[in-house]
Design a protein around this ligand. Structure first.
Ligand code: ATP
Length: 357
């Protein structure tokens, strides 16, 4: 049965470092929830608070409404997977996976049944008797996952589980973890600093910075409506044009910028005239050789990088402003370095955001 995880104003410090600073969140039963943020933002500390390895200095953690602050880690029924696998190298696959079941004093035959079934789930049945130090990194991570799943945890906690693996293997394991999550419906909290991993897998995610949540939402909400310039640049790629709000009404605004007036139809913050903003413009929303009247600017083409599926253009608008544009399915060349072209920015893709300090 899936359970909810509730964080109510959780704070955790180490000496003078506030690693997690007053965060609140409810993760729904069965959700695949990501904590995403740069190194040192407090993701692992928060996961360890949920696992019970750290006690919060303030705030309350609840599983399905039950207070957990005073419950020791081994009584929380959480399964945890670490970046470095943390397996016993000279023990076999089966012995490693059995660990949590032995602790629970489960009989041998029942234990063996559960080991078989979980090894099937991670596609490692034939490795049952192999010492884990003879396995590849990807196989060891599958075993670490099996060891966490075999106890049928109420909450699965994954701390950068794919960081030690190469790109192709990471992709495979992402798909497998998603599939296993779909089958088991275990409430899962997954820590990563890899935004592609988070966007491609998460039901919802929290973007963390300096121990706090900057934004919580689905990958689509966060990519398309970032709450500030930090989120816009951390999740996906973006360009920024800085300016000041000129006129504003009904979700539309004109913004005075060094290259001229920009029109935006995407105002979802409470701005006032004169306020300084960073306008986020995703590279894939810039039209080259476009002339829609509004938001049309002249640019010189700088570097052009053909990448097969996409082509990247550096666009020089002034000495201090360069934008990156991405053209999908680049059948023919749009222009070459030093060409001067018109570019246009759809008012729906110009997103003014509060400037970060
Ligand atoms: P990374 O992606 O690099 O693992 P993170 O987002 O998981 O980073 P944390 O490991 O939670 O970040 O660390 C948050 C802050 O708390 C950092 O400034 C870190 O140096 C500090 N910190 C974490 N654990 C301890 C500890 N045991 N003792 C002292 N400071 C710590």
């Amino acid at each position: 049965m899936s359970i909810s995880v509730e964080l109510n104003r959780i704070t955790k410090s180490f000496d003078t470092t506030i690693a997690v600073n007053d965060v609140s969140l409810t993760i729904s039963p069965g959700e695949l929830f990501f904590l995403l943020g740069p190194s040192g933002c407090g993701k692992s500390t928060l996961l360890r608070v949920i696992a019970g390895f750290y006690r919060p200095d303030a705030g309350m953690l609840k599983f399905d409404g039950m207070e957990m602050n005073n419950v020791p880690p081994h009584q929380r029924n959480t399964g945890m997977v670490f970046q470095n696998y943390a397996l016993w190298p000279h023990m076999t696959v089966a012995e490693n996976v059995a660990y949590g079941l032995v602790l629970r004093k489960m009989g041998k035959s029942e234990r063996e049944e559960k080991i078989q079934s979980v090894l099937e789930m991670v596609q490692m049945v034939e490795y049952h008797d192999r010492p884990v130090n003879t396995l590849s990194g990807g196989q060891q991570q599958r075993i670490a996952l099996a060891r966490a799943l075999v106890i049928e945890p109420s909450v699965l906690l994954l701390d950068e589980p794919l960081s030690n693996l190469d790109a192709a293997l990471r992709q495979n394991l992402r798909d497998e973890i998603r599939e296993i999550h779909k089958r088991t419906q275990i409430t899962t909290i997954y820590v990563t600093h890899d935004q592609i991993e988070a966007i491609s897998m998460a039901d919802r995610m929290a973007i963390m910075k300096d121990g706090m949540f900057v934004q919580v939402g689905s990958p689509r909400e966060i990519y398309q409506s970032p709450s500030d310039a930090f989120v816009a640049s951390f999740v996906g790629e973006t360009n920024f044009i800085t300016g000041n709000i000129q006129n504003i009404s009904d979700g539309n605004a004109t913004i005075e910028t060094p290259i001229g007036t920009l029109y935006s139809e995407r105002i979802y913050h409470d701005f006032s005239p004169g306020q300084e903003v960073s306008c986020s413009i995703r590279p894939e929303t810039i039209h080259l050789n476009g002339n829609t009247g509004i938001n049309t600017f002249s640019a010189e083409i700088g570097a052009v990088t053909y990448l097969g599926r996409v082509e990247e253009y550096e666009l020089i608008l002034s000495d201090s402003l360069k934008l990156k544009a991405i053209i999908h399915d680049p059948g023919t060349k749009t222009g070459v370095t030093h060409d001067t072209i018109n570019i246009s920015l759809s008012p729906n893709a110009v997103i003014p955001l509060p400037k970060n300090d």
